[in-house]
Write a protein that binds this ligand. Structure first.
Ligand SMILES: Cc1cc2nc3c(=O)[nH]c(=O)nc-3n(C[C@H](O)[C@H](O)[C@H](O)COP(=O)(O)OP(=O)(O)OC[C@H]3O[C@@H](n4cnc5c(N)ncnc54)[C@H](O)[C@@H]3O)c2cc1C
Ligand SMILES: NC(=O)C1=CN([C@@H]2O[C@H](COP(=O)(O)OP(=O)(O)OC[C@H]3O[C@@H](n4cnc5c(N)ncnc54)[C@H](OP(=O)(O)O)[C@@H]3O)[C@@H](O)[C@H]2O)C=CC1
Ligand SMILES: CC(C)=CCC[C@@H](C)[C@H]1CC[C@@]2(C)C3=C(CC[C@]12C)[C@@]1(C)CC[C@H](O)C(C)(C)[C@@H]1CC3
Length: 501
């Protein structure tokens, strides 16, 4: 009989064969199909009339649910493998699905009001490619092309511009939702403001989002990016804080390659690049961005480059941050890049669809994908903690402003507070790391630091602990006012690790 360890080894080592010969061509076909479809929708259809019809369909599905015995709460009908998360949402099989997937069009742009209105299944890649040629962008562009606006709005999203603009949702002006009674409501900070503020982090447990209005800002063609190699953690902390507080910087982030080696990146929009320092990092033959960043540790202490804006926004797309190296280990080899680099990366949803239970178990035991949000003042303590208990490098460090607004997540003191997101993606090297025990202990520690975690990864905490860490006071009130108790599960029932496997 083939031993489990042997099977694990083979599956891990040779997953690239499936990826290269099957998933990459499928990704290409899917992208072509999707692109053509979007063009047709954008130019041939009256998107607003079409939107109203789609919304009516959602309302009629909710009304159909009302006629049932209401024993099953509702969730979106989107299959788990399509979502940009590591684990499958098991809760979907026990809930009543409402199909929203037709809602994937950009509805309108209002350049005078500086807003764009989109349906929830519009992806980041789709939105940036639509806005940039028109000279606009959204303030917080999430790096990965396939993340959806709806998933980010009811979840959480941040980026290297978040030190200035806060989280993705802080730049949303209004939301349109179908509620549990089938009615359609629009909310903003001045209209139904309780609902508006409690939507972020609510994971679709208040209603179905059908449209989102987002602020847009003018964009320039390039980002002037400075790379600063730093040798100690106190140095990183000092410079990161200083640069994040400086609102003249449009982008601030860092990657830690070890406890004492990090590269801080500071970007500003610009229109006229220095041609000798141009680097279109998104081209197919270019190295993975994080490896390029790593090279500054040995090359120079300080360097400067001009990067086309779209290449900058999607700098982590090609290597899925650094996750792709575990799947296609030779993906950064110059020969591979020249021959097949243009096909990368495989679609995350296709990777998820074709992964076996053994790979899932492997990831569960030997892999961590987590984002932890802590006040900037706690950076040193949390990095020390990670280093001793998890030890995953590279580590993504992204400062952001946690706004003092009502809702599930807000700072302890009643003022906007500089936080930092620490992204741990990879294989833990710390001795004694145990996925459940280590991460559970970390969640408790995080609560003490007034920290939060991105919920897409799932939580081990108990429901009671979760309710203490994430302020449910307004959420509970809005849920009872909108009669959500039978219609939708509570957040915890969607994000705990038992239902996300
Ligand atoms: C945020 C930042 C922005 C920078 N911008 C530029 C730039 O625009 N143009 C350019 O040519 N070089 C820039 N540098 C690079 C910097 O000037 C060189 O790294 C430094 O001069 C190298 O000197 P060193 O080898 O003696 O110092 P190191 O041995 O590298 O550092 C000694 C100590 O000084 C600190 N330090 C280094 N540079 C700075 C700084 N600029 N401000 C505050 N503390 C510092 C280090 O963190 C360390 O604690 C920047 C560095 C940083 C950290
Ligand atoms: N840089 C960043 O900040 C990044 C953040 N992420 C996170 O990854 C997650 C995954 O994103 P993605 O794959 O796009 O989304 P998912 O399909 O995973 O959806 C995430 C959640 O949003 C709910 N949801 C989605 N659309 C609607 C809607 N129209 N109305 C109501 N609820 C809705 C889903 O509800 P249901 O459970 O009913 O399906 C689900 O609970 C996001 O939550 C985001 O926070 C990921 C990558 C980068
Ligand atoms: C806040 C920020 C910046 C979050 C970035 C999160 C990314 C690093 C995550 C999002 C989706 C993600 C969990 C994913 C994976 C890696 C890490 C990703 C890309 C992979 C590709 C790892 C390999 C797995 O077998 C599988 C294919 C299931 C997942 C899919 C989702």
């Amino acid at each position: 009989m083939v031993s489990e360890a042997f099977l694990e080894h083979v599956l891990k080592k040779y997953r690239w064969i499936i990826v290269i010969f099957i998933l990459l061509p499928l990704t290409l076909l899917y992208d072509i199909y999707y692109y053509v479809r979007q063009q047709v929708i954008q130019y041939l259809k009256d998107t607003n009339q079409d939107h109203q019809d789609k919304v009516k369909l959602v309302q009629s599905q909710v009304r159909d649910w009302i006629k049932t015995d209401q024993s099953k709460p509702m969730c979106t009908g989107r299959a788990g493998w399509k979502s940009m998360t590591l684990r499958e949402p098991k809760y979907k099989s026990t809930m009543y699905p409402v199909d929203l997937e037709a809602l994937d069009a950009i509805l309108s742009i209002d350049e005078a009001k500086k807003t764009v209105r989109v349906e929830p299944y519009v992806t980041m890649g789709q939105l940036t490619r639509y806005l940039l040629p028109k000279g606009w962008t959204i303030p917080v562009v999430i790096e990965l092309d396939d993340v959806t606006v709806g998933g980010i709005v009811v979840g959480q999203g941040l980026e290297s511009s978040s030190h200035k603009y806060g989280m993705f949702q802080n730049n949303c002006i209004s939301y349109e939702l179908v509620l549990s009674d089938g009615s359609l409501v629009s909310c903003s900070k001045d209209n139904e403001s309780d609902l508006f503020h409690v939507i972020p982090w609510s994971y679709g447990t208040l209603g179905f989002l059908t449209a989102i209005e987002i602020q847009i800002i003018p964009v320039k063609k390039y980002v002037q990016l400075q790379y600063v190699a730093l040798k100690t953690l106190p140095d990183l902390e000092h410079h990161l804080k200083k640069e994040a507080e400086n609102k003249a910087n449009d982008f601030v982030e860092a990657i830690m390659f070890s406890k004492d080696q990090s590269v801080l990146m500071i970007g500003t929009f610009c229109d006229i690049p220095d041609p000798s320092k141009m680097n279109p990092i998104g081209r197919w033959y270019k190295p993975w961005f994080f490896e390029h960043v790593r090279s500054f540790i040995t090359r120079k202490k300080y360097a400067e480059e001009y990067i086309p804006i779209l290449d900058y926004y999607h700098r982590y797309t090609k290597a899925l941050f650094w996750e792709i190296r575990d799947i296609v280990s030779f993906g950064n080899h110059p020969l591979f890049r020249f021959l097949l680099g243009w096909l990368m990366p495989p679609k995350v949803s296709l990777l998820k669809l074709t992964q076996t239970q053994t790979i899932k178990n492997l990831y569960d035991k030997h892999h961590v994908v987590e984002d932890y949000l802590v006040p900037m003042t706690q950076l040193r303590s949390i990095v020390d903690y990670f280093h001793h208990n998890i030890e995953v490098y590279p580590m993504w460090i992204c400062p952001f402003l946690l706004k003092d607004l009502p809702g599930l997540v807000h700072p302890e003191n009643a003022e906007d507070t500089l936080y930092v997101d620490l992204g741990l993606y990879g294989e833990p090297k710390a001795e004694g790391y145990h996925s459940k025990k280590t991460i559970s202990a970390l969640e408790t520690y995080l609560g003490k630091l007034r920290g939060f975690q991105m919920l897409y990864a799932g939580v081990y905490q108990s429901k009671e602990e979760f309710r203490v860490n994430y302020d449910h006071s307004l959420y509970d009130r809005v849920r009872s006012k909108l009669d959500c108790n039978h219609a939708f599960p509570v957040i915890y029932d969607k994000v705990n690790r038992v239902v996300r496997d």
